[in-house]
Design a protein around this ligand. Sequence first.
Ligand code: AMP
Length: 286
Amino acid sequence: MSRRLRLAVPNKGRLVEPSLALLHDAGLVFEEHDRSLVARVQNFDLDILFVRTNDVIEFVGDGVADLGITGIDLLAEAGAELPRIRSLGFGRCRLAAAVPNDTPYQVVEDLAGLRVATAHPNTARRFFAERRIPVDVIAISGAVEVAPRLGLAEAIVDLVSTGSTLAMNGLRPIGDILDSEAVLVANPVARRERAEQLAAIETMLGAVIAARDKKYVMMNAPAEKLAELEALLPGLASPSVIPLAHEGMIALHSVVGADEVWGLLPRLKAAGASGILVLPIEKIVP
Ligand code: AMP
């Protein structure tokens, strides 16, 4: 019998909570034991290895783990060519060049001849080299945003999501280097030899991710309003229509984008719907 599948997950930092939430939402039952190295999943042939964020890629590359959760920025920095199974819908950020507000630099080309501090030196060097912008990339491991204030560099390259950390440090972005998001990666050999088990995990996680930005909407309406209401409800394919005990009345069920719900409700009501219910969806397998 082959050994249990292993998934490497960061044990600290921003990716931890959303990764665990995804695994729990997928229905995997495991105890975290203070995130000690291994958690055994009770209802699936899977062990979860909690490792340092920067070690996930190495564990998967070496085959110690079959799968891993990491960021696109970390893959780029490690120069790792691991197969990406799917994006996970969290950890969205971008790697951007930024400068202090009170400097004249407007575009990345203005950084020629200057020092750039970053925790992503390989990605930054590659970016500036490809554009033939001669900069001195200074590798530091944390608190990148204070580097200009300390006189260590004139600019930085750092991860940005809302931009509030930059703003708080008196910095403004002048150019994007890379878009990042959390991704599920696989060991190339495991991908070939354990394809079926990996596909099961992919379906499991994909079903949760697909359901997260959707809602299930149910409503009653007079049957003659069907065409008008159907035009408002895209659904996964088309809405379900169910006759009600009361003659001439129907129930309509449909899946709609979570972002669209608030805009849709008054339009459904105006088109004759009543008793509208909006429910969360646990999983969608298209
Ligand atoms: P850290 O929390 O520093 O261990 O970051 C781990 C990973 O989370 C990074 O490599 C990115 O992929 C992602 N990340 C970092 N900063 C952000 C951010 N501001 N918003 C969303 N994801 C981020």
